[in-house]
Design a protein around this ligand. Structure first.
Ligand code: OFO
Length: 171
């Protein structure tokens, strides 16, 4: 059973996952507005992943008999100067999520809540994969170059990363 402070921490993480979901949804519709269907499909898929991250936490809280808080979500940015800017922002965002997951893991380990510590290990691996995925895409964008026809090839390249784990891509 989770105490109130522990529940607050996990509910705060739910709020972050909800924001991640909206951020990638916003990026997807920005990409549609730029006629970049591959980038749009990638971010739509990533938005769905974030919903899954959020629900996984919700399910865990319910299993422990705790109360899930469904809060509001801040509006994410709507416009991006370039594909590079969107992916740079996505990577920075994932790095900040990794920090918050690490802080959660530290807290539950310190409290000797091994069940929650163990549950959170899935997020540790997931963050590692997501950072590698976004970094790999940023590297490809840099290699292709975003000018002229580059946007066409980048769009195709990004689509190939749908459902990929950054870890296998970077080996
Ligand atoms: Fe992008 O991993 Fe959840 O937030």
């Amino acid at each position: 059973m989770l105490n109130d402070a522990q529940l607050t921490r996990l509910n705060d993480q739910i709020a972050l996952e909800a924001y991640s979901s909206r951020l990638y949804l916003s990026m997807a519709f920005w990409a549609h507005s730029q006629r970049l269907p591959g980038v749009a499909a990638f971010f739509t898929n990533h938005h769905e992943h974030e919903e899954e991250h959020m629900h996984r936490l919700m399910d865990y809280i319910v299993q422990t008999g705790g109360r899930v808080v469904v809060g509001g979500v801040d509006e994410p940015p709507q416009e991006f100067k370039s594909i590079t800017e969107a992916f740079d922002l996505a990577l920075k965002h994932e790095q900040s999520i990794s920090s918050s997951i690490n802080a959660l893991v530290d807290a539950f380990l310190e409290e000797k809540d091994h069940a929650t510590y163990n549950f959170l290990q899935w997020y540790v691996s997931e963050q590692h994969e997501e950072e590698a995925l976004f970094q790999g895409i940023i590297d490809s964008i840099e290699l292709i170059g975003e000018d002229g026809r580059g946007r066409f090839w980048i769009d195709k390249e990004v689509r190939k990363n749908i459902g990929a784990s950054g870890v296998e891509n970077n080996q």
